[in-house]
Design a protein. Sequence first.
Length: 561
Amino acid sequence: MMRRLWRPREGREVSASDQESGSRETAQPVLKVEALSMEIFGKPILSDVSFDVLPGEVFGLVGESGSGKSMTALAAMGLAPTGSVSGGKVLLSGADLTKLSERRMCDIRGREIGMIFQEPMTALNPVKNIGDQVAETLRVHGVASRSEARRVAQERLARVGLPPERFGLDRYPHELSGGQRQRVCIALAVALRPKLLIADEPTTALDVTTQAQILRLLRGLVADEGMSLWLITHDLAVVAGMATHVAVMRKGRVIEANRTEALFRQGSHPYTRRLLQDSSHQPPQRADVIGTPVLQARDVVRDYPLKRRRLLGVRPSHRAVDGVSLTIHQGESVGLVGESGCGKSTLARAVLGLDRMQGGAIQIEGLPVDAARARIQVVFQDPYGSFNPRHKVGRLVAEPFHLAPVSASERSARVAEALEAVGLMAEDMDRYIHEFSGGQRQRIAIARAIVIRPRLVILDEAVSALDVSIRARILDLLTDLQGRFRLSYLFISHDLGVVKSITDRVLVMHSGRIVEEGPTVQVLQSPGHAYTRELIAATPQIPEEWIRAGTETGSSDSRMQ
């Protein structure tokens, strides 16, 4: 029985050349979505959504948050939320999934359709080891005994890059990195070799090299297993390098669909053109007004203690930051890039005075960090997680005033000024954080950072989880605020496109050391270190000729109108 389960699926794989020659219209789709609609408690969510996913194809579904991408996938999986009413059809190899019972759908999930979610830590069970979690899929579907399921789990984990000699089946999710957890989720999703794999933003929070590894793994699975991949993302560069066909969603509708290159080059809808422009967005140029040093770090060392190998043995340590030096001047933006675990955020915590150093010195305008806390603020990656949801926005934005106390009337006036500076209204201080969108929450986080008028703002992956259009607006906002308030930025990011667009200088960090630094354009165009070249090569990019053709098409359309 198991031998039959692991035999490759039969049937000819559809190649990209087949699709480009027109066979897409005649091929039998694995998944066919026809006029899918959905309402939740009477509110329209999806309207007339239609597309096909062919055998062996990577199909991309793109759009901003709230456009309906993930809800379409949940509807296809029969996982629509309570209160939803759906119409239309979702055909899997001819069978309408919307007409099937929950018991029948439970049999299809995992066996015929697998799904990878955006956040692996919440998708995995923290109290079960990874071997049991992958084996559980086979056990639930009754296709293997316990011992056989564990054996297959080991095979699947090894296939996704987690070999048993390094990653035993008894490891728990918290013992793995973000990329390793995502590999476990992929192993779980493909354990039964489904016909269709749905990947919902599978690489959004990963650094560029880990992202490249995950995307390469997904491509390999599509080729080796003969499955189809439905890739949901807001990153057009990822779609450009992965998908053979792409559909664009907006406000619950598919507004345009085509072969990937044709859509990028000849996309006719204004929204598609705007997404493409925002993906290659460059904030407005600012005057060269670099001033005196704001941050000076010299030979910073940060060690973390590890577990003792013996009861009375010497306690080993891990050097996360190894002799790092950097200077940031007034009005300057400096990028700090590198893989997860290279020491970027550890260095940021040392600069903020949150981590004790084992060596070196850090000064803010000539003062030790402890004496200059009011001159430095931070914006985190997850604005919702960095706010107390029980407090109103006015109190949240005013939190930094404990470092620089002012009267109640001045505090209120400064909060209102900060909210208006980031494009919100003073009246918003009386609302709660859950009432705002992701982009608005990040604007509130920026308002909190500038409310006491610091000299330096550290932005730790502050735009990595945002849609391309929202990210473009936030980058414009940061450039504007820098000019108005003479701010200096330390921009920590794994997105080299963002770093290129907003920073003056860039530092490349690897294994706790700065391995290369210099003007951003120079470093990214002519990298001198092998690791920098590796980062650049791993960064997904939209081909320049596609962007130029798309821009010309958009300009022609606007002239014709």
